[in-house]
Design a protein around this ligand. Structure first.
Ligand code: F3S
Length: 63
């Protein structure tokens, strides 16, 4: 499982990095960034899905 943020859709709501700080972080303007290569470590799948379902812009995709 891998996560990806669409920078066109992200508006910087910050729920991704609040809910899943192991998978996402913010850039200097508060927009979400995938940490590392976006591969979701074992056991973090639920957290990844939580971030996806809480992004108001639906900017996060699971690959
Ligand atoms: Fe952006 Fe959604 Fe996160 S708008 S900062 S990807 S919660």
């Amino acid at each position: 499982m891998k996560v990806k943020i669409d920078p066109e859709r992200c508006q910087g709501h910050g729920r991704c990095y609040d809910l899943a700080p192991g998978l996402f972080h913010d850039d200097e303007e508060g927009y979400g960034q995938v940490t590392g290569d976006g591969v979701v470590p074992p056991g973090e799948e639920h957290t990844a899905r939580l971030a996806v379902s809480n992004c108001p812009e639906r900017a996060i995709d699971i690959l």
